[in-house]
Design a protein around this ligand. Sequence first.
Ligand SMILES: [Zn+2]
Length: 433
Amino acid sequence: MAFQDEITHMNRDGLESLQLGRMKEQIVYCYEHIPFYRRSFDEAGFNPYTVNSLDDIRKAPFTTKQDMRDAYPYDLLAVPLDQVKEIHMSSGTTGVATVSAYTEHDLHVWGDCFGRGISYAGGGKGDVCHVCYGYGLFTGGLGAHYGGLATGATVIPMSAGNTKRQIRVLQNMGSSIICCTPSYAMHIADTAIEMGLDPHEAFPKLRAGINGAEAFSDRFRKNLEDKLGIQVFDVYGLTEVMGPGVAIECAEQTGLHIAEDHFYCEILDPVTHEPVPDGEWGELVITTLDKEASPVVRYRTRDITRILPGTCACGRTHRRIDRLHGRTDDMMIIRGVNVFPSQIENICGRFAEIADWYQIELTRSAGLDVATMKVEINPDVPIDEIRMIENLQKRIQAALKDELAINIRIQIVEPHTIPRSEGKAVRIVDHRE
Ligand SMILES: [Zn+2]
């Protein structure tokens, strides 16, 4: 039996009764241990002692990011501080940071959840996990670290940065699984190739990447897989609920299995807040089922996804969310039209002449939004005639206009013009405010 198979293959009835039992306890626990929930449940007229079915969660009020900011630093803590082993917080770039704390139990759960991903990738004891997500308040590094340890793998805690050293270590240490953002994995691959290495020969044991924390297109994934000779597994998590491991892809690459024994997920219409049918896109709302330090009830993630109907060919029973369409925070409003960078990326992916590196700059001119997208030429498809470049720019602009109803000025630039990031790629630079 692979790692935690008995949980990931549970029959639905067993799983749902496990969920309900945990949900009942978690809701009462929140009410009795966190003054915020006592207040918000009472105000909403929600009696936490009357949850009798999973659908009853809909009677509970939401928790928003603002609620979490208002509670900074410790107002949402359900245990005394001396029981907390670790604290993570968001970067707070758009305001006050949000905090999530972990007891010993919570850290175990986190390790188990990320560990499932390592197991989905066929990994475990005997594998060398090269973790080059950033270590620190960002949950990527330590989440992957605990996941590796949980499965019995050997972990190399590289953290992000110093790309040439990453490459030397990948070459020398027999690393088989690489954990980092997809854009950093691509940067490592490109840097290795520039150094005259063939990653397939230089990293002979590397066979899987657990690469999440940012949206990426199918084409980007394919390129990354080809360059490094690996299979890429998408992973989802968020500071406010749990780091990476809330949901992870299996080898079928048809959506991310939610760790349903620990998280109850709803997909709601972002405007009406009513549940949408399986298969339809909406906002992901998460209730933790057994968190001790920082439980959340109906946390509105602002992430847009959908439940994929049906069962997965891998045989695991936990429901799947689709790969993220984007975060509502990432959504751009260009002259009144809502658009996600991932939608633009998917259209651009059809043009072989351009590479996957791009950045969108938003400015305002005479009261109107102006969007300019710089995108790198694909060095493997050299075109140097200015006329051909102009023609390509026009064709991409026309495709975006046609399918997304937005006007974006396309500017084809030389390879390596867009700044590379060691963490999440910077896709949008908004100068409008
Ligand atoms: Zn599966």
